[in-house]
Design a protein around this ligand. Structure first.
Ligand SMILES: Cc1cc2nc3c(=O)[nH]c(=O)nc-3n(C[C@H](O)[C@H](O)[C@H](O)COP(=O)(O)OP(=O)(O)OC[C@H]3O[C@@H](n4cnc5c(N)ncnc54)[C@H](O)[C@@H]3O)c2cc1C
Length: 397
């Protein structure tokens, strides 16, 4: 079968794109190098707007059965000041659900792949894409190797690169660049944590930060983000480095005293990288394949799903018109900018604040006096309040 679209990667961005394209009646072939369910290093937090997209994809019901609702975030500043913000309606901005969610990625990603399986989509697991096929100014397909080590050539008018942070497609097209923010995440699970409730917990302690995300009773995902240079010398002894680092983060250390690490520490870094838009036609990049900054604001999955929505809109129009040139696909980049640029500015500003002890303490003092502003900030981070609301919030409305 010759497909209209090849989707490379069946993580949240790829699965969502495949579902939306198949629902438009397009023939879709999805390949992933993994077999699902598969693990994924992640903080396992879903922002309160992600359920809107999951509902659209027919995946919210099974997600609800597994996920734990998070009413808000509890943030501990470097000086120990604790801020508690909730996800709630702000003026006319109503979140799809008045809570975020904690959900193991193995479960979330498998649910989305099950939705793909339920549709007339050809899904190839354990198929690793090794290269893109370019003809003139177009990507016309990919080379791959299947689970039996057979070489495959897959051709289609449109290729969706949803192959995550190590995207072979972005690399082969020469689009991926390093970012100057050099950080590494260390992720594990902890058990027997006292008083794990309905809040995610963030500990800001420059140059590090940590996030404790309660994914099951007594069990939490614990992610610690540190400067890359501090972690690299310890790469052979990550567990020891992680334990020592947690001890140095005094407020976190007190919080998890009595808890035990229940899984090996997994590391990922450098976290941030930049991906330029493709100059060739016949290809769209979604999710992490299109770039990543930092997990602090926990919007990666939401952004992946949202970028899938935007890519599917552009793809459907382009394929119907029979024009998949770079120019015909450029609307996707414009839509991405509109959807993400303001939020990216907020995310970068926040990175600056949490990277400086005095500034982080000052921000915490300000937010403690202005609880509404904290909820507005959570709404912006949670993707249901537009970033401009922060300006009116800060200026004192
Ligand atoms: C430490 C850390 C913590 C994070 N915490 C959060 C969080 O709490 N909440 C949140 O929303 N986001 C978080 N993120 C971001 C989030 O994990 C990503 O944004 C999200 O997974 C992107 O989805 P994706 O589908 O683009 O990529 P992925 O989920 O990475 O999926 C890519 C898929 O492509 C497949 N693939 C890769 N290469 C090939 C190939 N050559 N051939 C075939 N298949 C291939 C992979 O097997 C994989 O299934 C975190 C990121 C990091 C690094």
């Amino acid at each position: 079968m010759t497909a209209d679209v090849i989707v490379v990667g069946a993580g949240p961005a790829g699965a969502a794109t495949a579902i939306l394209l198949a629902e438009h009646g397009l023939s879709v072939r999805v390949v992933d190098r993994a077999r699902f369910p598969r693990p994924k290093i992640c903080g396992e937090y879903l922002s309160p707007e992600a359920p809107r997209l999951l509902d659209r994809l027919g995946a919210l019901k099974p997600v609800d059965a597994v996920a734990r609702p998070l009413a808000g975030m509890r943030i501990t500043a470097p000086d120990g000041r604790v801020l508690v913000g909730t996800y709630r309606r702000i003026d006319s901005w109503q979140p799809y659900r008045e809570h975020a969610m904690a959900i193991p990625r193995e479960a979330l990603d498998a649910i989305l792949v099950d939705r793909v399986r339920a549709l007339p989509v050809e899904l190839g697991e354990q198929v690793r894409v090794t290269d893109v096929i370019v003809s003139g100014d177009r990507v016309v397909g990919v080379e791959a190797i299947d689970g039996d080590h057979r070489r495959l050539t897959l051709r289609a008018p449109l290729t969706i690169a949803a192959d995550g942070r190590a995207s072979v497609i972005a690399q082969r097209l020469g689009l991926r660049r390093a970012h100057r923010l050099q950080r590494m995440a260390l992720v594990t699970y902890v058990e027997d944590v006292a008083d794990l409730g309905r809040y995610g917990e963030i500990f800001v302690d420059p140059p590090d930060y940590a996030i404790l995300n309660p994914i099951a009773p007594g069990r939490a995902n614990l992610s610690v983000v540190v400067p890359m240079a501090h972690a690299v010398p310890w790469s052979a002894r990550l567990d020891a480095f992680f334990d020592a680092r947690v001890k140095q983060l005094h407020h976190l250390a007190r919080r998890v005293a009595g808890a035990r690490r229940a899984a090996p520490v997994r590391a990922m870094g450098p976290l941030a990288y930049v991906v330029d838009p493709p100059r060739a036609g016949g290809v769209l990049l979604v999710g992490d394949a299109a770039g990543f900054f930092d997990p602090f604001t926990g919007e990666g999955i939401f952004s992946g799903l949202r970028s899938a929505e935007l890519a599917a809109e552009t793809a459907v129009h382009a394929l119907r018109r029979g024009d998949v040139s770079a120019q015909a696909l450029a609307g996707y980049q414009r839509a991405r900018r509109l959807a993400f640029a303001d939020k990216e500015r907020v995310t970068r500003a926040l990175q600056f604040v949490i990277g400086h002890r005095a500034l982080a303490n000052l921000a915490a003092r300000l937010l403690a006096r202005r609880p509404r502003l904290l909820d507005v900030l959570l709404g912006v981070i949670g993707d249901f309040v537009p970033p401009r609301a922060l300006l009116t919030g800060i200026l004192g409305r």
